[in-house]
Design a protein around this ligand. Sequence first.
Ligand code: NAD
Length: 417
Amino acid sequence: MKETLQNFYKDAFAKFDKNFTEQQKFLIENPQKKISFEIPLVKSNGELDVYKGFRVQHNNLNGPFKGGMRFSPDVTMEHCEVLASLMTLKTSLTDLPFGGGKGGVTCNTKKLSNKELSEVVDKLVNAMHTSIGSKIDIPAPDMGTNAEIMKMIFQSYSQIYGYSPGVVTGKPTYMSGLRGRNEATGKGAALIAKWAYEKHFEKIENSKVSIQGFGNVGKFTAKFLSNMGAKIVAVSNSSICLYNEKGIEIEKLLEDLAKIENSSLSRFDNLSKYGEQEKSEKIFEVTSDIFIPAATENTITEDTVKLLAADLIIEAANMPTTHLADKWLKSNNKIIIPDILASAGGVIGSYFEWSQNSQNEQWEKSEVYKKIEKKLSQAWINVTSKKDKKNTYRETCYIIAIEKLVKAMPLSYSESK
Ligand code: NAD
């Protein structure tokens, strides 16, 4: 992942007609601060587990550090560094008053009781409280974390500093959360898919879509695109792929999944109602016009990219494409809309939650949707008006984001002797 990001930066820096100093490039690419800590937990069975915790504060030139907390046994400091850097680019590109950050804890929430999880979060806040805050660094949900965990961070932090809803975003709506935040990333990805498909191909109603990853982002992306009239022909998770050439009935499938534990595709035993069940990797071989990776990093590789029939790829996940796969897509004239734009709906939603908290307000969902769409469409218009044939969407997005960051640097940083 780190190498891919370094290459994306390199490609973008090579496109500027002005030269940046090595120091400026260093400051753009590298984190300002890295925090690591241990979280010991005596589990209810008496066993001692020790988790590693991380928070990377990448850049705060444009505002407080902003980014998710990932709870997963696989999360590493390097993961957080890359994802924090992407957040800086995302908030800069979409013109939000934030910088970028990311953190994680190496625990598996599925193996913890609520009491154990709450102890992990208390210890996490204990380790991080001096480094976070509504004007310093604002965590949010990511893979393995959710609104309930954000509520725990908010409550634990408020025990120390008094009522502080602005310390995290992605809270439950009954606890100063934003109506519509849960679906914001999927809504953003669906809008970007529509705008890109209609700009380069035809009406979204005539498109066939395949979606890899059927968690928070994948489900809502499917729902919004299906409501726009697109045909969702396949969705997958890490174990299976559900395929229906005629289009899956997404609304009904989601209603059925909501009734079962974890709302997981793999735990639903009546999938044949909706389509054929195949192995997870089938998602790459399905014939579709738009492919949406919404699962995890590095799924579009040198090998899998060649299987894709779609001419348009919308990166709803963070960092799903390796640098080599990206180069292949470029040389085969496929269009790829990068994560820093396609998955920006979530952080835009977070921005509105943070603004709402500072005003002690709670807006209606329809109003929130309009605000997210307006903010994202400003970024889309900015990108499409700047993009020319020489540059890919990724290069254009990086150029816009980097330019803004360099402008925000103190004047003295650009002085040459
Ligand atoms: P999630 O945990 O809710 O869902 C992830 C889904 O991907 C699950 O269905 C899982 O089974 C599936 N998956 C994991 N590995 C897979 C693989 N190798 N092949 C196929 N499926 C696989 O996570 P999420 O919140 O939906 O996040 C998905 C992606 O979107 C991540 O890259 C995340 O960083 C990014 N993202 C999320 C948000 C947000 O608001 N949740 C915002 C921006 C970006």
